[in-house]
Ligand binder design. Sequence first.
Ligand SMILES: N=C(N)NCCC[C@H](NC(=O)CCC(=O)O)C(=O)O
Length: 451
Amino acid sequence: MEDFVSTQHFEVNFDGLVGPTHNYAGLSFGNVASLSNAKAVSSPRSAAKQGLAKMKALHDLGMVQGVLAPQERPDIATLRRLGFSGSDGDVLYKAATEAPQIYQAVCSASSMWTANAATVSPGADTANGKVHFTPANLTNKFHRSLEPLTSGRILQAMFANPRYFEHHLHLPDNEHFGDEGAANHTRLCSNYGHAGVEVFTFGRYAFDASKPAPRKFPARQTFEASQAIARLHGLSEENTVFIQQNPDVIDQGVFHNDVIAVGNQNVLFYHEQAFLDTEAKLAEMQRKFGEQPLHFICVKTSEVSIEDAVQTYLFNTQLLTLPNGEMTIIAPTECQENASVAAYLDDLVQRDTPIKQVRFFDVKQSMRNGGGPACLRLRVALNDSELAAVNPAVLMNDSLYQRLNDWVDKHYRDELTVEDLRDPQLLNESRTALDALTQILKLGSVYPFQR
Ligand SMILES: N=C(N)NCCC[C@H](NC(=O)CCC(=O)O)C(=O)O
């Protein structure tokens, strides 16, 4: 294990940059916002700028902040695999005309929700002391299942040094191993550099039909997938907890655990209905965490209903430790607009917990597809040597912020409808934008059209 005595440790948030095809196609059954905003007009430009503003604000708060590049959409390579042929323009036209639903799926900018890009285990937790990455296979939704290979390539271009970083192939592409990445994974630790407790939340057992499972909406993450990730990353039994999501809340629109719970360091902030077997599992977390008491902040249904939690994304907030050691919540403005959630947050910061402030951000373009502040980021805990090995071109600073804003202004449309996705010009715009982006972020040739 890496020596942590004299080193500094950071939790770095890598936010997904919203891609030029950001749209509302209603692709995610079980995700209330995605279905209810289907066919609404989107604004790729404001979506990207809302995301950049959040990244810059976190950088200004003294956090180390990174950027994760979007994926190539429309995904012509996938359409070719599905038998559409001819020039790229022919492929696009045939798919859009003959199979509009498939076509909309290959246009989704869903890679922006980088909490679903991968599961990451810091070196302090893993057997070989390296930071481990496994891209999520996202098998439950066709449009998302197109992401893992390119996510893996982008992550390898950002975390290239094999001395510090180990990359795994995504799990087998099958519902039995449905894996949604860090959206169902959180880590409790006394300090980012100390071995922590990695908490894997799953929605169902793939190989045991007698176990509880949701009836209406899909459970995207399986127990067997979570276990496979823990094995791949070399985590010990003593620093992992597997806990099942309450199937009833999945049926109410809680399609990932990060819609109903968030953890950071010694805090687990969760809704009382989030889990099954809650008491025993929290006791296991505490036992594995060690002597220092964990703060279990439980929100009761009488304080915030599941419906309000899903609508406002109270739990899809980022819980950050600022450089001064205090924790802040990064919440979507929807939390401010809902009376019971706003009252809850007002009260929370007065209590005797590490959480001292709440900051609100407008990420409405993402929220309308069911993605809050926490969906937009992938957390990677790093020590200073590991951080120094990260591709520096992806780390946020004033000049990168300016460059990316200019890049968005140059390449992104102000408005986009689902019908506009058929415009062959959008394919050229998107590829031109991404080609320029790979140069800004020094990623090399990560996209199919560049290879
Ligand atoms: N909670 C986390 N970590 N992520 C949110 C992901 C939202 C995403 N929405 C979508 O893919 C909607 C796309 C559309 O309908 O156009 C999803 O359901 O996978």
